[in-house]
Write a protein that binds this ligand. Structure first.
Ligand code: SF4
Length: 365
């Protein structure tokens, strides 16, 4: 038998924190750091029990499903170290220009047939400016919104003017995906062609336009637990509505190709910590789920996840949607929504204008 020492006070301390959050309170940064530091599987399962209770209290048994359609692939000008689509890395990932209406329509049909709440239009490029491409993007969003199969979302990179965010909103976009990816401190370790400040400013324009924010990050890039905790608090501060947690799937040809995988329990613990810090947000487990969690995938909900990316990811495959739907059914969870409108979440004002800082972090790296 294993002789791992377990602190007998741990379950009570975790349950006191869960009680406080259930009652509408918050955990402090020091308390969150302590949760992230838990090591034994007994403590992690206690933490997950608390996170599961928080999910049930704030989210009921509803699970938000999201899928994506790659609207423009490869040859991206940015150098994100985890990404197969960067032109800086030799990965053999597909490359194509902006898609025609038909593939987007087909993706919406398929998403609708599986009760997927939202379909995100995703493009591999630095960002979106005013011009003919923005017109085309707005056409695709209008078509998606008019089709009424799923909520039209998009993830189209950095935005550097309010007018662009306003145009997307006018076209019928409801939620924009723009990950902070990691902590401010760690960000330059995975990207030097744009900065954390560019990302915060994009979020500011989006929020000012009245769009909902989908923003999270990637685990397993070499970041510390402190970086993960920083990320969760930053997402709380910007008022992210959906928080995707991706787990690095190291792609051959990228600088992170040899990163060691995170232990599944470390991933589950991180999801649970995010639930304690972000009790009302949709915490969505996204890319890298099947490869990193394997048979433990269904435990993400016990760890506090309330949303799931289904269908294939941008450059890697996922398990079939039918299998995910069966997993939800077996857990007594329900992906069916009449209307998913984020009305259970508090409105957080847009982050301050930090345009004067854009570029400085990139320049010193
Ligand atoms: S993550 Fe996005 S911005 Fe970064 S290289 Fe990939 S497609 Fe480009």
């Amino acid at each position: 038998m294993s002789a791992t020492l377990v602190d007998a006070n741990c379950p009570r301390r975790i349950s006191d924190l869960a009680r406080r959050v259930l009652d509408g309170g918050e955990i402090s940064r020091a308390e969150a750091d302590w949760l992230f530091s838990l090591e034994s599987s007994a403590d992690i399962f206690d933490l997950m029990a608390g996170a599961n209770r928080l999910r049930e209290h704030f989210k009921g048994n509803k699970i938000h499903l999201c899928s994506i359609v790659n609207a423009k692939a490869g040859s991206c000008s940015e150098n994100c170290s985890f990404c197969a689509q960067s032109s800086f890395h030799q990965t053999g990932s597909p490359k194509y220009g902006f898609v025609d209406p038909e593939p987007v329509r087909e993706a919406a049909e398929e998403a609708g047939s599986h009760n997927v709440t939202a379909l995100g239009l995703v493009a591999a490029w630095r960002g979106l400016r005013e011009g003919p491409m923005l017109d085309e993007v707005c056409d695709r969003i209008r078509e998606l919104a008019a089709g009424g199969k799923t909520r039209p979302d998009a993830s189209l990179g950095i935005i550097e003017s309010q007018a662009v965010a306003d145009r997307l909103k006018e076209a019928g976009l409801e939620c924009y995906g723009h990950n902070l990816e990691s902590s401010r401190r760690f960000f330059p370790r995975h990207c030097t062609t744009h900065t954390y400040e560019h990302r915060l400013n994009t979020i500011r324009y989006l929020k000012n336009a009245g769009l909902k924010i989908c923003s999270g990050g990637i685990l397993g890039m070499g970041e510390s637990r402190e970086d993960r905790c920083d990320l969760a608090f930053a997402l709380k501060e910007i008022g992210a509505n959906v928080v995707p947690i991706n787990i690095l799937n190291p792609i051959q040809g990228t600088p992170f190709e040899n990163n060691p995988p995170l232990a599944p329990l470390e991933v589950l613990k991180t999801i649970a910590c995010f639930r304690f810090i972000l009790p009302r947000q949709e915490i969505m487990v996204a890319g890298g789920r099947t490869v990193n969690l394997r048979d433990l995938q269904s435990l993400i909900f016990a760890a506090g996840a309330s949303a799931l990316m289904v269908g294939n990811y941008l450059t890697t495959l996922n398990q079939p949607v039918e299998k995910d739907l069966q997993m939800l059914k077996d857990l007594g969870l329900d992906p069916n929504w009449d209307k998913h409108d984020f009305s259970d979440q508090e409105e957080i004002p847009a982050p301050p204008d930090r345009r004067e800082n854009c570029g400085k972090e990139a320049a010193v790296v």
